[in-house]
Design a binder for this molecule. Sequence first.
Ligand SMILES: *Cc1c(COP(=O)(O)O)cnc(C)c1O
Length: 471
Amino acid sequence: MDREKFRKYGYQLIDWVADYLETVEKHPVKSTVQPGEIKAKLPPSPPHHPEEMDRILDDFEKIILPGITHWEHPGWFAYFPANNSPASILGELLSAGLGTQGMVWQTSPAATELEEVVMDWLRQMIGLPEGWAGVIQDTASTATLCALLAAREKITGFKVNEAGFDSPLRVYASREAHSSVEKGVKIAGFGRKNLVYIPADDELAMIPGELEQAIEKDLGNGLQPACVIATVGTTSSGAVDPLKPIGEICQKYGLWLHVDAAYAGTATILPEKRWALDGAELADSLVFNPHKWMLTNFDCSAFFVKDPQVLTRTFEIHPEYLKTGVDAVVKNFRDWGIQLGRRFRALKLWFVLRNYGVEGIKKIIRRHIHLAELFRDELQQDGRFEIMAPVYFSLVCFRLKAGRPEEELNELNRRLLEEVNSTGRLFMTHTTLNGKYTLRLVVGQRTTEERHVRQALEIIKQKASELLASG
Ligand SMILES: *Cc1c(COP(=O)(O)O)cnc(C)c1O
């Protein structure tokens, strides 16, 4: 592509993205293609000869776009959001243009130093103590794996890195913890049977007394406790494990405490939601995802550690070809995680933090929380619905009940979800809470307004009426 064409298609694509964001509502939120439909439209082998951008872009619209599920649609109420914003998109574009690979300081000093600075801004925003240091990971799953590896090394005096496991180490998490905990435990070599699930209370938060009992029981059986993972804002229901009592137990037994606040961490920049991180100062590490709720496009996961030396001792490697003259005085983020090569993600985060300002971000988060509360209140007033968990943030868990017998409810709600999503106007997902099929509605897309939430309510109520009338 010559430079004239690069400019031409560059301008054209920025226009395309701008139009897309303005008109995304015209698409069904969830792609309606069938499995295999996209692949069937693509050639099985690569093109031999160069193709014109016009043709490629044409195929993008014809073949790829129908297979897109629109995360940026204001009717996005599924899973958790994966936000972007104009500032973030431009930061990502610049990062691609620079093609930076920031594995060590000298491979782009600005990539390392900007990352240090924006991570410290985030640290202040969520109120972690001074001295904690941050690094951007691709995802919360990776951050939690890093925490497990660091915990493993700290508890064994860095021996597993040298010689492998010589006895089992135990990890504890609430029954409601995210599946990335189980995945991390498997990958880090603890073994799934050494992951101990701790019961949760009526509000689905870990019961600290049960944690202590499980630790005592393991000690009695000669097993070595290593790490506790607490969740602030569980994926199923938004439950908050109480960090203070959990942290005190971890200190008493000398265990690593990792806090998974992937979704809800963003909300803790609000003074009225900061309670959710009370006790985080007792933890050893914490992760939250600006790529979920802080207007920064995927991927961008903020991982903080109290003692960065444990982390770097866990991961550091010193091959001759990576040594530089400044290693003693700079951060080389290659030693702060699993990968060597690193994207310049700090750039988009910096754009977002500056372009919105902390106050601008707070305003959007508050609007989302307010809209979730409005949704909950309206459903409650309807009388046919049951709210399944407290609404602390912007996630509402509910089900249609309408006086029907318990054994019909799972199927009734499964059908309700299908009917609602098939309208294409909104997209919600489900979970099970205490064995009960539960619908989840999360308000968190940047452009979601009251009218979208009211429309969702209307559709849900109407589909509920139709289902109940049909038997
Ligand atoms: C979304 C989520 C994760 C996983 O996030 P990734 O960044 O996609 O790995 C982990 N924990 C919780 C509580 C989450 O909500």
